[in-house]
Write a protein that binds this ligand. Structure first.
Ligand SMILES: [Zn+2]
Length: 58
């Protein structure tokens, strides 16, 4: 199971969205508020990469 990279909290809020035709999963920790972006293939994306995808979609 995916855990928060900051505090190892397993109870992450998960939001699925589609950016530039790619399925992106956004995980947010309710405890320490760290955010993780994950592609559907399981790759972890940096915020910069997500912004780059969003920019390319326009
Ligand atoms: Zn956390």
């Amino acid at each position: 199971m995916l855990r928060c990279t900051g505090c190892a909290n397993p109870a992450l809020i998960t939001i699925r969205m589609r950016i530039a035709g790619r399925e992106i999963v956004f995980h947010r920790c309710a405890r320490c508020e760290s955010n993780t972006w994950e592609a559907s293939e399981g790759d972890v994306l940096s915020l910069d990469e997500v912004l780059e995808l969003a920019r390319a979609a326009r």
